[in-house]
Design a protein around this ligand. Sequence first.
Ligand code: GDP
Length: 415
Amino acid sequence: MRTDPRHRSDHSSTTLTRVRNMGILAHVDAGKTTVTERILYLTGATHKRGEVHDGTTVTDFDPQERDRGITIFAAAVSCLWDDHRINLIDTPGHVDFADEVERSLRVLDGAVAVFDAVAGVEPQSEAVWRQADRHAVPRIAFVNKLDRAGADLDSAVRSIRERLRTVPLVVQLPVGQEDGFTGVVDLLRMRALIWRKGHDSYEEGPVPDELRAEAERRRRLLEETVAELHSAALEEFCERSALTGPSLAAALRDLTHSGEGVVVLCGSAYRNCGIEPLLEAVVAYLPSPQDVPPVRGVHDGTEQERPADPDAPFAGLVFKVNSTATGRLTYVRVYAGTIQKGDAVLDAGSRRTERVGRILRVQADRHAEVDRAEAGDIVAVIGIKSARTGATLCAPAAPLLLEPPTTAAPVVTVA
Ligand code: GDP
């Protein structure tokens, strides 16, 4: 039995391969906020469990968001799981905020798409999925609300295949249905994970006899689908599999990174059921900043690449500016190099020099001050006076413009 959430209190340094910059994409009401809450709770980023209906959730910290019950403003929250730092970049689920989604997708390395097990793929999830396609963001899927009356994993998976035109790679089989839903069979390990009602732990055991034949059938189906996808790109796969090992998990990782398929998990965030395997899948399948192509930009009319290396010249993108009680928080995705407190950085678009004041890692309900931020990090910087959303910040000695400066991105005031 697992009882201890695998969280660490040390946020100081994590190697690049152990960082996941991810977002949660969903149609409004699919359960994005609840999934986020459960992740933050399990990883120890927050010790109280926020509930959506009583307005105590920690990511929706803007009163307007709470009132309207939708996530309007993106916020990046950092948490630790199994020695990995997961930076959760919030992406609005509401269709009116396509621009915000676009900006968030720009700084993500991977995403979890959350679907409602009754409704399947809904129009907004389809729209956001297409946006993520355009940014080539590797994704995994979480079919939520399996406890609801009418919940049906198979029909949700069918809608993923048909409406999103992708190949679902289902790695779990639900144990029980609707109100009787209690857990999943992990088809990779062929083990059953059963959650205890109201507890933050699960029992792991053998696959129940009555599900054994179905679990074996689904496992074979998964293997066949993976083999088929691989044979379509056999040469490339052989090269990569030599690096990652020939296991099914490694193949799923390759297919996720290349966008050839989408790993599908399921659960009930409301019942706190299925979130640990989801976190394990984030770590196992979604890319680290090192797995994605180096960032590209322009300087003096020539295109340049800058590697995700802490020793390279600094380049980062401002993807959100919030005016808060703590100060003007400039959220920066650091792509290359390192910034430290006191550093001068150049806003490549406006050509203004800015000074890095404090560097904060936002952890759900508090801000943790850190000395430096390195390639792959997502942090909030205090002290940047005028750089706006979309601005590139870079080393003054090595200018690079990652994205044309935006003209009218607002500074959001958070009460
Ligand atoms: P969001 O709009 O995608 O952020 O969705 P929320 O997390 O706010 O969830 C919408 C509603 O669905 C809330 O009333 C949640 O309590 C409920 N909900 C979320 N997850 C589940 C689940 O796993 N099962 C059930 N039955 N309800 C859920």
